[in-house]
Design a protein around this ligand. Structure first.
Ligand code: SAH
Ligand code: SF4
Ligand code: F3S
Length: 515
């Protein structure tokens, strides 16, 4: 039995939910029957090689499964999840399904879930409760839960117990098995659960139904080995593993040929790109250096971990061209003590040095960040260090969060002793500083000419176009809809609180200058 077969054999049909309900302790029930999902297994980082599957293809027996049927996928969480949805949509289309925006008319409904914070999970449970209504109307409807939440045993237990109308649960490592899982779900009256808690593979040649025609996501690596003490991602996404450079370059070239204007390279920690290659020394800087030669106007990446951000990458990014001058660099906290218990493995001083280096090489750079407030034991002084660091760096924007304990992570075992009210106040105080810097950055652009990639027109008025600058600032201006999908120059007339109002000047000649 190879690894794939062994794991596939773990796909176990659950006994009728009524039987499952009779068991009070669901974890025991799982132990008896199958080994996954398991956060404990998901935590392992063994020496075994990452498996590359270059030749994904859908088994012929499934090819007509979707005829006359429609699918609907609701996506929660990060861009990685959005892109996984594109892959699943691609698989559905190859199976002959049609996509629908109308959940009621769907034959298959998937919730592609996020586990990063408790409120992300609560939204999904709310939606699952809501879906009962549709299932009652249409008992043939298949309802599935996939994405990061399905990697957590507590979630799968809860679904078994409370949401018996769910037909299938599958994990982030099982996306390519969607045809088999659907087949199982059609045949079986019981909930089909297939969640592999493994380190992960790299599967190429997966079909994709991209949601847009202007901007595209491209995975460069999967997983995360950083194990920041608060974070669930390393458990839900497996080990860090990189796609081969030639696969990424070919995908970006293909997207450029199809007319895409902007690429977002994806990874939980893109700066670790290539660390896992045993046969070649090739890092993110090398990849960016090759991608900048491709004739496509803009290339971005997310997310960077400050620890692995090396000088070579800075040097390459500083050459500009299609590599945009915007770096999202999550700092999480400005206090060394908090950074230490978060296991971020850098200090405030190291972060500030890195920022200096980046600013020297790229004087025009826009830095944005992620910050968590209310970490266990965070003191007022430590929080103020975060505010000071924010001012010192002068971030243009930030995503800010109240710490949310995640079961199975080391931080969840710490006493969460910051009162809720204090956490909320800290978030508000931080957000006030974020807003101050964000509007100052926008205000500075008044009178300037910016490059905008036009993505569409405003909901209310066709002749008001909307697009983003290289630094990802939203710009609205009047112009004809023919400009959608084009790069244009716009003069900024007025800075609003979250966006810019401008005046169309001219279309940009779209050839990337090599420097
Ligand atoms: N890989 C990315 C982070 C992805 S998660 C990185 O390290 O940059 C996006 C953000 O969610 C994190 O940067 C962090 O600020 C926040 N986050 C992660 N776990 C969290 C938790 N348990 N509670 C609150 N915020 C969290
Ligand atoms: Fe989570 Fe840290 Fe990995 Fe980011 S680097 S995904 S915060 S463990
Ligand atoms: Fe959420 Fe998973 Fe992304 S936990 S943030 S969907 S990697």
């Amino acid at each position: 039995m190879n690894e794939e077969q062994r794991l596939a054999s773990q796909q176990v049909k659950q006994p009728k939910t009524s039987e499952a309900k009779a068991e009070k302790d669901y974890s025991k029930y799982f132990e008896k029957v199958f080994t996954a999902p398991s956060l404990k297994d998901a935590k392992k980082r063994g020496k075994e090689d990452i498996k590359y599957h270059k030749d994904f293809a859908i088994d012929e027996q499934f090819l007509r499964m979707g005829e006359g049927r429609k699918f609907y996928i609701r996506t929660y969480g990060c861009q990685m999840n959005e892109h996984d949805t594109e892959v699943m949509a691609g698989i559905f289309m190859q199976l002959g399904y049609e996509s629908t925006e109308d959940i009621e008319s769907a034959d298959v409904v998937l919730l592609n879930t996020c586990a990063i914070r408790e409120n992300a999970e609560n939204k999904v449970f709310g939606e699952l409760g809501f879906l009962v209504k549709y299932k009652r109307k249409n008992p043939e409807m298949l309802i599935g839960v996939c994405g990061c939440m399905s990697q957590e045993e507590s979630v799968v237990n809860k679904i078994l117990k409370t949401y018996p109308h769910v037909d299938m649960v599958f994990g982030t490592h099982n996306i390519h098995r969607l045809p088999n899982i659907l087949q199982e779900a059609y045949m079986s009256k019981e909930m089909v659960i297939e969640v592999w808690s493994k380190e992960g593979d790299v599967i190429e040649n997966l079909p994709k139904k991209r949601l847009g025609s202007i901007k595209a996501w491209v995975n460069i690596m999967y997983g995360c080995d950083k194990f920041c003490t608060y974070c669930i991602v390393p458990y839900t996404r497996g080990k860090e593993r990189s796609r081969r450079p030639e696969e990424i370059i070919a995908e970006v070239r293909e997207l450029a040929a199809q007319g895409y204007k902007e690429i977002m390279l994806l990874g939980q920690n893109v700066n670790a790109y290539g660390k896992d290659f045993e046969d070649l020394h090739y890092r993110l800087g090398d990849l960016m250096d090759e991608l900048r030669k491709i004739d496509i106007p803009r290339i971005r990446f997310t997310t960077s971990h400050p620890r692995d951000f090396d000088d070579q990458l800075i040097e390459v990014l500083a050459q500009g061209g299609n590599l945009v001058e915007h770096i999202h660099l999550p700092v999480q906290s400005g206090s060394n003590d908090v950074l230490k218990i978060m296991a971020r493995k850098y200090t405030r001083e190291h972060f500030l040095q890195l920022v200096d280096k980046i600013k020297v090489a790229m004087p025009n750079v826009a830095l944005t960040t992620d910050i968590i407030v209310g970490y266990p034991n965070e003191t007022e002084e430590q929080f103020q260090e975060t505010l000071e660091l924010y001012r010192e760096v002068g971030f243009e924007m930030a995503f800010t969060y109240i710490y949310s304990p995640r079961e199975g992570t080391p931080a969840a075992k710490m006493v969460d002793n910051v009162p809720e009210e204090v956490k909320k106040q800290r978030l508000q105080r931080l957000n006030a500083v974020v807003a101050e810097f964000s509007s100052a950055a926008l205000k500075q652009l008044e009178g300037e000419v910016v490059e905008v990639l036009v993505e569409g027109s405003s909901k209310r008025r066709d002749d008001v176009l909307a697009g983003y600058t290289r630094k990802n600032r939203l710009v609205n201006f009047e112009g004809p809809t023919e400009l959608v999908g084009k790069l244009v120059k716009v003069k900024v007339i007025e800075a609003k609180s979250h966006s810019l109002m401008g005046e169309f000047i001219e279309q940009v000649k779209e050839k990337v200058e090599l420097v």
